[in-house]
Write a protein that binds this ligand. Structure first.
Ligand code: AMP
Length: 414
């Protein structure tokens, strides 16, 4: 049963198109817990939240914001789409404005670490949007763009730095930024950091932070190493868990198409012509694979862009911009590049290749059904991928319905 949110509800959270919040079950019906104005946030922040069109806090926001304002450490088990960015950005902005301090030259008051450039950009955008009424200065630090302008910005002193680990370490090594006066440390998407091999970098960065600080730790899943890091890092944390991975998967209409690997491209073209007519995100396992799919679609007369780690920052931004604006409705991405892509209205996700990590399947299909919209995920499964499919179905605890490919038109398209 679906009910409108009227209290704290840790599971089954969905953001709807109307920017309200719905949950599958309600386990606490305190009426006062319903609006942002009950969370203790300062007026300029509430004004910015209202300007964003948010009327109701999401469960992670309800459960986190008062504690973060109070200075507690936080362990948030949540993935993108739950409103977790605002769950940390809003109370952080509140704390920054409360004491009116400014960051010293070459220092930052808040450090947010995120695994990818895209996600860092989105987090920085959120701080900008929620902090629009405040004199807060922020900087974004990631690789693939020139070092100098970032260094100059950091040296002037910024309140909030949002960074990916590699480029941040470069700045720390060059002395353009110091962390010894940082008051709040946010580690976002910790499990992705682990997958991307950032654990050593993260430990180096943590070692440079002062002992007395507030820590906010977010991860969609809790593999052993991440659990251990959280234990080391967090002091008496508040724990908040929303939308467990398997629950997310139940909201998306999923289908499997069995076909030989060699038939995947024509089947894809057929799906894009006949089934997936809305904005569609296609996942490929490799960068080269993503390029080849986009090229094949172009040849078939279907406009498509690819994004992955080998594309320049401006190419990635252009592709994302066209996708967001709807001028190019098809984006082919690798898992890493797609991480954190925050585009509402992705109608379809197509898994051209199945991911070999079953959790990635859930992350991928979570790109659709964002903001509560009904989404469809279609996965092409070659005979050699059946083992991966079994692992995925075990994780989501259900069998994905099979869809028969429309064989004839697809064959012609080949
Ligand atoms: P996140 O989980 O931080 O990636 O947020 C997912 C999306 O939800 C973003 O597009 C936010 O702008 C949006 N969002 C965050 N909080 C709310 C809210 N309380 N009401 C409506 N939309 C929200």
């Amino acid at each position: 049963m679906r009910l409108r949110l009227s209290g704290v509800a840790p599971h089954g959270a969905v953001l709807t198109r109307r920017k309200e919040f719905q949950v599958n079950e309600v386990n606490n019906t305190t009426p006062a817990a319903n609006g942002f104005d009950t969370l203790g946030l300062a007026a300029p922040i509430l004004k910015a939240v209202a300007a964003e069109g948010y009327t109701t806090p999401t469960p992670i926001q309800l459960q986190s914001i008062p504690h973060v304002i109070a200075g507690r450490d936080l362990l948030g088990i949540a993935q993108t789409g739950t409103g977790k960015t605002a769950a940390f950005a809003l109370p952080i902005l509140h704390r920054l404005m409360a004491d009116q301090q400014r960051a010293g030259k070459g220092h930052c008051r808040v450090l947010v670490l995120s695994p990818t450039r895209e996600l860092s950009g989105q987090i920085a955008d959120s701080f900008r949007a929620y902090g629009r009424e405040l004199p807060i200065r922020g900087a974004i630090v990631y690789g693939g763009v020139s070092f100098g302008p970032q260094a100059r910005q950091l040296q002037s002193g910024v309140d909030v730095v949002v960074a990916t680990p590699g480029r941040l370490l470069d700045h720390l090594g060059q002395g353009t930024l110091r962390l010894d006066r940082t008051e709040i440390f946010v580690l976002d998407e910790a499990d992705q950091m682990l997958d991307l091999g950032f654990m050593r970098d993260i430990r180096k960065i943590i070692a440079l932070l002062p002992a007395k600080r507030q820590n906010l730790f977010f991860s969609a899943t809790m593999p052993r190493e991440i659990g251990a890091l959280a234990d080391e890092l967090l002091k008496d944390p508040v724990r908040v868990a929303v939308t467990p991975v398997a629950t997310t998967a139940t909201r998306v209409d999923q289908k499997i198409v069995f076909c030989e690997a060699a038939r995947k491209r024509p089947v894809l073209v057929d799906l894009l012509r006949n089934v997936a007519t809305e904005r569609t995100l296609i996942f490929a396992r490799t960068k080269r694979g993503a390029d080849r799919i986009a090229e094949h679609l172009e040849r078939a007369g279907i406009a498509a862009n690819a994004i992955h780690g080998n594309k320049s920052q401006s190419q990635r931004e252009r592709a994302l911009g066209a996708f967001r604006a709807g001028t190019c409705r098809i984006l082919v991405a690798t898992d890493i590049a797609a991480r954190g892509i925050d585009v509402d209205g992705v109608g379809h996700v197509i898994n051209f290749d199945l991911p070999n990590v079953p959790e990635s399947y859930v992350h991928r299909i979570g790109r659709t059904a964002r903001a509560g919209a009904a989404g469809t995920a279609i996965s092409l499964c070659a005979p050699e991928e059946r083992g991966m499919l079994r692992d995925i179905e075990k994780l989501i605890r259900r069998q994905i319905p099979r869809l028969e490919p429309a064989a004839e038109p697809a064959r012609k398209a080949a």
